[in-house]
Design a protein around this ligand. Structure first.
Ligand code: DSN
Length: 461
């Protein structure tokens, strides 16, 4: 008998194929990435690191051939070492970093490891307010890091949707911070990294010590890799963390990129300073916060980084942004009020309360019923709480991978407006289940979505 899980995976294949994925942090990976992630490398333990000394500048063929001494705790690393070195080398080239740690199991783990590498308990961190688009791991009181370090939140300007740099500067000069963090999971502008680096410099002068400048670019890493979004490492940032899925279109996982001197991760560190941050991070990932790396996922990361280095990835990234801008304009034409009045990246935040007098959760559920998946999201100053926020967040990385373009963005905006209007009508009648009351309308919209998906297969399925 087949395992029940197998059947559920088959059902998920149908859900993914017959619907359209608009969650901006999701994507469809290639068959090659899927194969690496599902490979026999899952059998292998390899705590520690491959040696990377002397490797920068080597050709990929040489990296894949050479056998070097390593810093591992188990035998049998001959292939794993070379795979991990390829992943590190490709990541460094993609993001113009001096060093990459490819072992974090997730973006959250990557952030935790950077904090652990640089901060002491009680140290202050300046990071974006979660309610304004920041991320849980940037100081939400429910997280472990918020119990260890003191997070001071800066906000965004409600009118423009951009970071309030004046507030950031004031806070950096009012509080003796050790880390300044730019990162987000719901923000649609390109940050002014130069301005942030200047704020860091001023704060360093005032407080008389080094301040780590860190960017969490999980959402836009693919756009950065493609060179169509500013790279914080070009503007004096010391560290950039990211997930490897989202716009980067790899397996689920984390990655830490850094600038500085690359040393041996298992030798005693001479000095804790920004120049040594690559080695401090290696130590903080293993043995600091993780055990055995997931080498099957590291292999899949290497494959995805290889894909992102190809010219066609640049075209893909450009199309993500083009589609997002088209979708934003088409939604606006149909009555959607967008935070920041549009987007500069892959992500759109819509205020459903202002637009149609409905909350984000009701709308998320209704769209699910027609095969369009996005997520309810709190907006700056949201009064609806985490479970019934007023906004929704959507984006174009996944649908762009499937090949949808301008024409289809118009279709999606049209469907989204129709569903919003049905929800509005239901809400006015005190009806909390529009999917049931208007079942026929929903069924016909569901068919239209399904018909469109037939022309755009999901890679790997
Ligand atoms: N869950 C991710 C997102 O959707 O943005 C962030 O961790």
């Amino acid at each position: 008998m087949k395992d029940l899980v197998f059947d559920l995976i088959e059902q998920e294949k149908i859900r993914q194929s017959e619907g359209l994925e608009l969650i901006p942090s999701e994507n469809y990976v290639s068959k090659a990435v899927l194969e690496a992630a599902g490979s026999i490398l899952t059998n292998k333990y390899s705590e520690g690191y491959p040696s990377f000394e002397g490797v920068p500048g080597w050709s990929e063929e040489k990296i894949a051939e050479e056998i070097l001494p390593n810093f591992r705790y188990y035998g049998g690393q001959i292939n794993v070492d070379r795979i991990e070195r390829l992943a590190i080398d490709r990541a460094c080239r993609l993001f113009k970093a001096d060093h990459a740690n490819v072992q974090p199991h997730s973006g959250a783990n990557a952030n935790e490891a950077v904090y652990f590498a640089w901060l002491n308990p009680g140290d202050k961190v300046l990071a974006m307010n979660l309610g304004h688009g920041g991320h849980l791991t940037h100081g939400s009181p429910v997280t472990r890091s918020a119990k260890i370090y003191e997070f001071i939140p800066y906000g965004t300007n409600l009118a423009t949707g951009d970071i309030d740099y004046n507030e950031m500067e004031k806070l950096a000069l009012d509080h003796d911070i050790k880390l300044l963090l730019v990162g987000y999971s719901a923000f649609m502008k390109v940050p002014d990294f130069k301005r942030v680096a200047e704020i860091r410099d001023k704060a360093e002068q005032k407080w008389g010590h080094e301040i780590l400048l860190m960017a969490d670019m999980a959402h836009v890493a693919g756009l950065i890799a493609a060179g169509i979004h500013d790279n914080p490492l070009d503007f004096g940032f010391n560290v950039m963390t990211t997930t490897t899925h989202k716009t980067l279109r790899g397996p689920r996982g984390g990655l830490i990129l850094s600038k500085g001197r690359v040393g041996s991760p298992l030798k005693k560190l001479e000095e804790k300073n920004l120049e040594n941050i690559p080695t401090m991070i290696d130590k903080a990932v293993f043995p600091g916060t993780q055990g055995g790396p997931l080498e099957h996922i590291i292999a899949a990361k290497a494959v995805a980084f290889g894909e992102a280095l190809k010219p066609e990835f640049k075209t893909y990234a450009k199309n993500i942004v083009k589609n997002a801008k088209t979708l934003a304009e088409e939604l606006k034409k149909r009555g959607f009020k967008l935070i920041g009045d549009g987007t500069e990246n892959h992500l759109i935040l819509a205020d459903m309360m202002k637009s149609f007098n409905i909350n984000g959760k009701t709308y998320e559920k209704a769209l699910d019923a027609v095969g369009l998946t996005l997520n309810a999201n709190a907006l700056p100053g949201d009064t609806g709480g985490a479970f019934k926020p007023n906004g929704v967040r959507l984006g174009t990385p996944a649908i762009t991978t499937r090949g949808l373009g301008e024409k289809e963005m118009i279709e999606i905006a049209k469907w989204m407006a129709e569903v919003a209007k049905i929800c509005q009508k239901a809400d006015e009648n005190g009806d909390e289940n529009p999917e049931k009351t208007y079942a026929e309308d929903f069924a016909s919209l569901r068919d239209e979505v399904k018909n469109l998906t037939k022309n755009f297969p999901v890679p790997g399925i």
